[in-house]
Structure formats: structure tokens, C-alpha cells
Design a protein. Structure first.
Length: 100
């Protein structure tokens, strides 16, 4: 596999998570109730979607170009998502975490 193919596959996997029928609540209500399995995103979080949208928006607006660096202050899944998407698109990412 080529690196570019793997990177594009990773980006394409973001948001393509399944709907899972929630049996207990479906049975209890008499309605089919589904949950979107966002934990199945490549970074394990719904924040992968936000990271992809933020980076692609910055690219489209001309605020992020090849060779650019992504800097984010976070202590959680947003930083993971931005780092993962940024890496797949060839950007360096700097995550700044608060002490608390």
C-alpha cells in the first residue's frame, strides 16, 4: 500500500461510522432507535469530524497551505483528531496542553 492511499483511506473513514440499533431502548419504546457509532472513527471520537472540517475549511479559505503548521490548545480528543488529520494531509501539528 502506498502512503498516500493509506492517508486518503484514513480521511475517507472519518464520519463513515455505522448506525447501530439499540435493542433495549427500541424494545422498550416499540420504536427502532439507532445510535451513530462515532467511537468507530479512526481517532475513536466524534471530534475526528470536527478536525477534518476545521482543516479542510482552513485549506479552502487559504489559511492553511502545504508546509503549514497546525497549533491547537487542547487536552483531549480534538487534539488527537487534528493531529491525525493534519498528519494524513502532510502538516506538522503542535498541541499545547494546559497544566490543569
Amino acid at each position: 500500500m502506498h502512503h498516500n492511499t493509506g492517508r486518503q483511506d484514513l480521511l475517507n473513514a472519518i464520519g463513515n461510522t455505522p448506525l447501530i440499533r439499540l435493542k433495549a431502548v427500541s424494545d422498550a419504546t416499540g420504536c427502532d432507535i439507532y445510535g451513530k457509532a462515532e467511537f468507530m472513527n479512526p481517532g475513536g471520537s466524534v471530534k475526528d469530524r470536527a478536525a477534518l472540517a476545521i482543516i479542510e475549511g482552513a485549506e479552502a479559505d487559504g489559511h492553511l497551505a502545504p508546509g503549514g503548521i497546525i497549533v491547537e490548545g487542547t487536552a483531549g480528543n480534538t487534539g488527537i483528531g487534528l493531529t491525525m488529520v493534519g498528519n494524513a494531509k502532510g502538516y506538522r501539528t503542535v498541541i499545547v496542553m494546559p497544566e490543569t
